[in-house]
Design a protein around this ligand. Structure first.
Ligand code: SAH
Ligand code: SF4
Length: 365
């Protein structure tokens, strides 16, 4: 057995590797052993989730942002970005459409928009929850004080996505202006966890300056945090940012890291992200075959989708086209759409139980 296959087998068996072995595993990856890694990642994925890929409806509620992350097209210094903020009515309409298509998780994502802050978001969560009590709400709205997160949790938000982006402080500093720190971002993640959110973290793959060692640091950080969701995707340059001339992250390394994550975190919710679908037309299917189990169709109103320009070339297929195509595309690779809330195992709401078909029904007693 090659040393690489041995490492993969050990990671599969033990669910972890010593750091030096993890570095070697990533450094020495090759096509043949990677196929084996993907097969073992699928075994773990199917043990916990069967052949179901959960859907979440993504609603990009605002592209206004007070931050200036170097990689992102929504950064405040980008004058070329045409700004919008959805009204609560528009957002509720998106939820209605998503619900009619069977979606039971709504992901509200946006820039850090002070004009759509604590109160408006809290009221929005309450409105969605009162109309759709059987749905989960995921927020992805950046860094806020603990008290604000607490208000949103009380209002009914279930989950929060806040990628740590990179766990290496020096790389973090290269990709962000000085006022944004890794330390603060990590503190937000622990606050969110402490408040009982199902938490999602994650890193970009190959932003400028990232080393393979940085990725090992990311894995160590994730092992410490133990998030319920991990979102990773390739860095993709955006033409109106300072990183416009840089190379995009590779499909191959992103898929490799997805499979490693599946073996390190067998039960984690792992999306095949929009960025993956952007660098390769069948990137998301490839992601599922490497261990991912979540896909997020876009529910934003059609006229704003093109304005949410995190990066260039973003795949903005709406739910209508997406769902019909997706069922076929997943069937081709032997998977199916899993409806229902799709909570992390062990995180189903206490008053509901799973009937095993992805639909949640009240208990009999
Ligand atoms: N403002 C919130 C949520 C919106 S940004 C936040 O920052 O958390 C959502 C994610 O998009 C970020 O976490 C980042 O990982 C990703 N992103 C931004 N610009 C990107 C780029 N150029 N390439 C790839 N991913 C990018
Ligand atoms: Fe704003 Fe998020 Fe983009 Fe940073 S990554 S500029 S916080 S939208």
């Amino acid at each position: 057995m090659s040393a690489q296959i041995e490492r993969i087998e050990r990671l599969y068996r033990e669910g972890t590797l010593p750091q030096e072995e993890m570095s070697l595993l990533i450094e020495q990856r090759d096509a043949a052993s990677t196929e084996h890694l993907f097969a073992l990642a699928r075994t773990r994925q199917q043990e916990h989730f069967g052949k179901a890929v959960y859907l979440r409806g993504l609603i990009e509620f605002s592209n206004v942002c007070r931050n200036d992350c170097l990689y992102c097209g929504l950064r405040r210094s980008n004058r070329a970005c045409s700004r919008y903020r959805l009204t609560p009515e528009q957002i509720l309409e998106s939820c209605r459409v998503g619900y009619a298509h069977g979606l039971r998780t709504f992901v509200l994502q946006g820039g850090e928009d002070a004009g759509f802050g604590e109160e408006p978001i809290a009221r929005l969560i309450e409105a969605i929850k009162s109309r759709y009590p059987d749905c989960a709400i995921t927020l992805s709205a950046g860094e806020w004080p603990r008290a604000v997160y607490a208000r949103w949790r009380d209002a009914g938000a279930d989950r929060y996505l806040l990628r740590h982006e990179t766990a290496d402080p020096a790389l973090y500093a290269r990709l962000h202006p000085a006022e944004l720190t890794l330390e603060h971002r990590v503190r937000c993640l622990w606050d969110l966890k402490g408040l009982g959110f199902q938490v999602g973290a994650g890193m970009m793959i190959q932003p400028p300056g990232q080393t393979l060692q940085n990725l090992v640091t990311d894995l160590c950080f994730l092992q410490e945090l133990q998030p319920q969701m991990i979102g990773i995707g390739p860095f993709i340059p955006q033409k109106d940012t300072p990183l416009r001339g840089e190379r995009a992250g590779s499909l191959e390394l992103t898929l490799f890291m997805l499979a490693v994550l599946r073996l390190l975190f067998p039960k984690v919710l792992l999306p095949a992200t929009t960025a993956l679908g952007t660098i390769d037309p069948i990137g998301r299917e490839k992601g599922v075959l490497a261990g991912a189990n979540v896909i997020m169709p876009n529910l934003s109103p059609e006229d704003v989708r093109a304005k949410y320009t995190l990066y260039d070339g973003k795949n903005v297929t709406g739910i209508e086209a997406f769902k019909t195509q997706l069922a076929d595309r997943l069937a081709k690779i032997g998977y199916e759409i899993g409806m229902g809330r799709g909570d992390a195992p062990g995180y189903a709401p206490k008053f509901m139980q799973d009937d095993g078909k992805g639909q949640r029904t009240p208990p009999e007693s």
